[in-house]
Design a protein around this ligand. Structure first.
Ligand code: 5GP
Ligand code: MN
Length: 326
């Protein structure tokens, strides 16, 4: 989407918001920092203009983000008896990312889709989709600014979290001068960025640390060490008394091995349900690899689920990774 049409879609989304009273904002399955930061920031902003805001919990909130201001606003809602004037999906590339809350989207009078995934399916009545944005948090910032809603520290902390987590702490190639301009304005509100960074990145539990050690012990590389793979099985989680959310950080750790171009983490949620995270560094588009398994994401960070056992899933994803080097 070019800038003109993005601006136009922003204007249309402001109209939609103005016309709506009861606004539902949905998290997505396995929510990450960008999703949680974005839904909270937009929810807080819309409350400031007297909207009735419901932030809907689709999946468990990882403990990494429970320090965020107003995290308790993310709740279970029963949509059965409720009118949904507007449903806003943030950071969700397609309806399936909304899990069981897809029914709310189908029931809502209007749907606003705000996202930065290349693979977005434009499922909204209005779609603010920009793959040039480093995080959905950037788009939320622009929308709040365009609506003339004043930033406060709580909103700024949430957007900061969204952008920081989706850019690998402002390191990924997706980070632009505009990202930094936005972050500068967030910092100007006086947020305690040191505290946010400690909570996000320097707060690893002992269990998570043990999981890292055990998982990394099983590191495999192939293709002249250009590909690195790690598996986290249910057995490994039990041994280290960790949860699946504690795998956060493993895939970027193995991506950072010098010769590695593609890093892959296989997470065994169930025996035949393997969630895969894929990362790259310079030239492989991992979203294309994941799309082969009905997943998606970005060039340098993508994911998918393979419904096979972990060894078969490894074989299948490796085949596609090798293909991508051709
Ligand atoms: P992660 O590996 O951290 O779960 O996800 C990396 C990126 O890929 C995120 O932007 C996420 O939204 C996207 N992604 C992960 N899994 C899926 C999936 O199953 N389908 C789609 N469409 N995107 C995914
Ligand atoms: Mn995102």
């Amino acid at each position: 989407m070019n800038n003109d049409s993005l601006d136009n879609q922003m204007d249309l989304s402001i109209e939609l918001i103005k016309q709506s009273k009861k606004i539902y904002i949905g998290s997505h399955i396995q929510p990450d920092g960008d999703n949680i930061g974005s839904i909270l920031a937009l929810g807080l902003a819309l409350k400031k203009i007297e909207k009735e805001v419901f932030i809907v919990k689709t999946d468990e909130i990882p403990s990494d983000y429970t320090f965020l201001p107003n995290i308790d606003m993310i709740k279970d809602y029963d949509e059965k008896d409720n009118i949904i004037d507007l449903f806003i999906a943030l950071d969700a590339s397609d309806l399936d990312r909304l899990g069981s809350k897809k029914t709310m989207v189908l029931k809502a009078n209007k749907v606003l889709n705000i996202d930065h995934h290349k693979s977005n399916t434009y499922f909204g009545d209005v779609n603010v989709v920009s793959e040039n944005s480093s995080a959905t948090g950037e788009l939320v910032y622009r929308l709040i600014e365009k609506m003339g809603i004043e930033l406060d520290k709580d909103i700024a902390a949430c957007i900061y979290t969204a952008i920081s987590t989706d850019t690998g702490s402002f390191m990924y190639d997706s980070t632009t001068y505009e990202t930094h301009e936005i972050v500068a304005k967030l910092l100007k509100t006086g947020i305690d960025k040191n505290n946010i960074n400690i909570n996000l990145y320097q707060n690893r539990s002992l269990e998570r640390t043990k999981l890292f050690i055990k998982a990394l012990d099983g590191l495999e590389t192939c293709f002249d060490n250009k590909v690195a793979i790690v598996k986290v099985t249910q057995e490994l989680l039990k041994e280290s008394k960790a949860k699946m959310e504690d795998t956060e950080g493993i895939v970027s750790f193995i991506r950072d091995i010098a010769p590695v171009e593609v890093a892959c983490l296989l997470k065994e949620f169930e025996k035949n349900q393997i969630k895969i995270s894929v990362r790259s560094k310079r030239y492989i588009d991992v979203s294309q690899i994941c799309e082969k398994f009905n997943g998606g994401g970005h060039k340098r960070a993508a994911g998918c689920t393979i419904y096979e056992d972990v060894e078969k899933a490894k074989e299948l994803i490796l085949e596609e990774i090798k293909e991508s080097f051709r």
